[in-house]
Write a protein that binds this ligand. Structure first.
Ligand SMILES: Cc1cc2nc3c(=O)[nH]c(=O)nc-3n(C[C@H](O)[C@H](O)[C@H](O)COP(=O)(O)OP(=O)(O)OC[C@H]3O[C@@H](n4cnc5c(N)ncnc54)[C@H](O)[C@@H]3O)c2cc1C
Length: 380
């Protein structure tokens, strides 16, 4: 278990800015770690303003926000657009406003904003862990314990022949045989199990299961994943296709039966799993075997035996919801030591740079407040 003074969940706009603000206050007298679920920090930030990042607006005022706006009036008063631009200028980022007051980096590249934040954070000693999704936060005596999954990979039965194979799929996580979570996307087969975008969402719950024996706080005894490898076809369509192929190509080897439908390596694997010899002429495949094969294609069940490195970390400050916060510090009233910032709060702005403005302002406030709390506790 790794212990940090401040852990920031999410390396997006608010989290990165919070990390810089906290690190500036701490001046390396405490540790700051950013945990980001994605493989790369600031992925959304890079997409903002069509890749140009409209980072604030000279017309910022409460009138451009919706939700619990009264609570953030002081915050907007303190962090004016000029103040935010000055923060970025100190990081080396020159900004420029257009005729509508929308502010962009001078070079019109969102990547420059991300780099400025990252370099500033690194300079002040912030560390980053990408591909770490926090799945659970528990209050402990002196702070919080964060449960996170490291990597995306789920360990299942191994098929070396499948290593490197990719396929689109619908995946269902089964706990004690019951569906608890669904995800769609690409599945990648590895030397030790399955990985990929589709599996990533599942791994969050699998991480909790293998650490605590629970999923969303409920106890379970076993975990499996069921893959639908032909999500665009109904079971009957798959069966009809298989029957059609056996009639069209009666002499074709069974192993090649799925070559027009599925990654060939996966096809061979599933033909074998359906109890059909690869070299068997298609015409000799029995109806129950074809049905078994169709069932596997629509619901291939793999027992999960573990996840890639499971890790936990302890923190003395972190992040929390606007009536439940002190908007001057972004501190949770219910869980001392927890701070919230950015999009997760009940505030959204108009288009034109207002949302990022709030992410920066709340991020700075949360980061600074968490750091001051750390320093105060250190003195006790
Ligand atoms: C296409 C697009 C363009 C936009 N353009 C603009 C614009 O030009 N100007 C503007 O003001 N606003 C814009 N916005 C809105 C703006 O991007 C958001 O308001 C802003 O990113 C919010 O910042 P945030 O840090 O709260 O959230 P995010 O930027 O979403 O960051 C949250 C981060 O936390 C990570 N995360 C979430 N859960 C976990 C977990 N459990 N464990 C670990 N990591 C986790 C996420 O992967 C993410 O990286 C745009 C939004 C989109 C989608």
């Amino acid at each position: 278990m790794e212990t940090k003074d401040i852990i920031i969940i999410g390396g997006g706009a608010a989290g990165l800015m919070a990390s810089c603000a906290a690190a500036h206050v701490l001046k390396k007298r405490g540790s700051v770690l950013v945990l980001e679920g994605n493989a790369k920090l600031g992925r959304k930030l890079l997409a903002t303003g069509n890749g140009r990042c409209n980072l604030t607006n000279l017309n910022v005022s409460p009138a451009h926000y919706h939700g619990d706006v009264t609570a953030i009036q002081d915050l907007l008063h303190e962090y004016t657009p000029e103040a935010i631009c000055a923060v970025f200028r100190e990081m080396g980022l020159v900004t420029k406003a257009d005729s509508e007051g929308r502010v962009y980096p001078q070079n019109q590249q969102a990547a420059a904003v991300l780099s400025a934040l990252r370099w500033d954070a690194e300079k002040y000693g912030v560390s980053f862990s990408e591909e770490h999704t926090v799945s659970k936060i528990e209050k402990v005596k002196n702070g919080f314990t964060l449960i996170c999954t490291d990597g995306t990979q789920l360990f299942t039965k191994q098929w070396k022949t499948l290593s490197g194979t990719r396929a689109p799929a619908n995946a269902v996580l089964l706990a004690d045989g019951k569906p608890v979570y669904k995800e769609s996307g690409e599945v990648q087969f590895t030397d030790t199990g399955i990985s990929g975008i589709c599996v990533f969402g599942l791994s969050v719950y699998a991480g909790e299961f293998f650490a605590l024996g629970t999923i969303r706080n409920k106890k379970y005894a076993s975990l499996a994943v069921q893959l639908d490898l032909l999500p665009d076809m109904a079971y009957q369509d798959v069966l009809d296709y298989l029957l059609e192929m056996t009639k069209l190509y009666p002499a074709r080897a069974a192993g090649d039966l799925l070559s027009g439908l599925l990654n060939m390596r996966l096809g061979y694997m599933l033909v074998g799993a359906a109890g059909i010899a690869q070299s068997e002429p298609a015409v000799k495949i029995k109806a129950p075997q074809l049905k078994k094969l169709a069932s596997l294609l629509k619901g291939w069940r793999l027992d999960i035996t573990g996840t890639k490195d499971f890790s936990a970390a302890q923190v003395t400050a972190g992040g929390v919801p606007l009536t439940e916060l002190d908007p001057h510090t972004m501190a949770s009233k219910q869980a001392p030591g927890l701070y919230l910032a950015g999009e997760m709060l009940n505030i959204h702005g108009d288009c034109g740079g207002y949302n990022l403005h709030f992410a920066w302002a709340s991020g700075i406030t949360a980061g600074k407040s968490a750091a001051y709390r750390c320093l105060k506790e250190e003195k006790r």
